[in-house]
Design a protein around this ligand. Structure first.
Ligand SMILES: Cc1cc2nc3c(=O)[nH]c(=O)nc-3n(C[C@H](O)[C@H](O)[C@H](O)COP(=O)(O)O)c2cc1C
Length: 323
């Protein structure tokens, strides 16, 4: 089975950082990520023939603002996968000087969308993460979590014929991830555990309206960590005798979180919400590149310091939970 070869087992979670020029700045400044994971690419095209043939649109705007809010205890986003045409992604990939591996995230509305997009972009990436688990949607749409769960097995089997790059399937903590893992574990290289929790609802008590224009939003940050930790450990129990490894997402922000996820069964660790900054009024902004560089270097140093002190390695810790 193909595997990712990472300098450090820390990556960004999809949807945070998102664009290649941001990653380029972070790479040049020495951020301690082992790979870059751009925003999910969807079935959208500038090419009228492709649109006609496959029923694709030109681009997806996602929900109107506000799409993100922090309640003080949890972050909610209702972005609903805004995506520009695949040709713009290819243009960016063609000229990027990024040296670290790139993990492409892909989503679609039918199994063929995944296969077509992976085929078009495969030469520019080192691995694929299948987003089949986003709980957010625009009004009148169904979410990927609602539409793709039943198609996951056919998607991964189809993709094995299109790419020989490592395949990560990113599941949701909200669905029957154990049953889905059983279905796909022999066809994928990694299980991503997991996407945002929920969705949830935040109400402005004065206007009596939802705070998010998209009404509901997937929840992320430290408060979802125990939920996704259990997901990692449940999935580990299913894949532990195979080559399939686990990528942990959900509330990672300290070296202890990384060690804890390793003990639960993960071998790669995705940073999402911790790369954002919450303001007092609930608004959320991205951290500066300087802060991200300092933060990731400190995080990785602290992990290594702990491992040295305990005379162990991350590999040795994976799945060491004593229940
Ligand atoms: C603003 C925002 C946008 C996101 N966009 C995507 C996306 O496009 N594709 C995807 O698979 N996950 C997306 N996610 C989910 C994250 O990749 C991650 O799985 C989740 O936030 C849990 O990790 P965290 O608690 O460290 O943020 C997004 C999350 C946030 C907060």
């Amino acid at each position: 089975m193909p595997k990712l070869n990472l300098e450090t087992p820390i990556i960004n979670a999809c949807g945070i950082g998102s664009y290649l020029d941001v990653f380029q700045r972070l790479e040049q400044m020495g951020a301690k990520f082992g790979a870059w994971l751009p925003k999910s690419i969807g079935p959208f095209s500038n090419n009228p023939e492709l649109r006609e043939k496959y029923g694709w649109e030109k681009e997806k705007l996602g929900n109107p603002n506000p799409v993100i809010v922090h309640t003080g205890s949890v972050l909610l986003n209702s972005m609903a996968l805004p995506t520009h045409p695949v040709e713009s992604w290819i243009e960016e990939f063609e000229k990027t000087p990024l040296e670290k591996p790139i993990i492409g995230s892909v989503y679609g509305f039918k199994a063929d969308d995944y296969a077509l997009l992976v085929d078009m972009v495969d030469q520019y990436v080192n691995a694929w993460e299948l987003n089949v688990s986003c709980p957010n949607k625009e009004k009148g749409e169904q979410s990927l979590m609602e539409t793709m769960t039943g198609k996951i097995e056919s998607i991964v089997k189809l993709l094995r014929c299109v790419t020989d790059k490592p395949i990560i399937v990113k599941l949701s903590p909200n669905e029957d991830y154990a049953a889905l893992t059983e279905l796909v574990k022999d066809h994928v290289d990694y299980i991503g555990c997991g996407n945002t929790v929920g969705p949830g609802l935040v109400i402005d008590i004065y206007s009596k309206r939802p705070v998010l224009a998209g009404v509901y939003g997937g929840m992320s940050g430290p408060s979802i960590k125990p939920k996704n930790m259990k997901m990692v450990n449940d999935v580990y129990e299913i894949v532990k005798d195979s080559d399939t490894e686990i990528i942990a997402y959900g509330g990672i922000e300290t070296w202890e979180d990384i060690i804890e996820y390793a003990i639960a069964g993960a071998s790669i660790f995705g940073l999402g919400t911790c790369l954002l900054e919450s303001l007092h009024d609930g608004r959320v902004v991205g951290k500066s590149s300087e802060d991200i560089v300092e933060f990731t270097n400190q995080l990785w140093n602290d992990v290594q310091k702990h491992l040295k002190k305990r005379k162990t390695t991350l590999d040795k810790l994976v799945g060491n939970l004593i229940k």
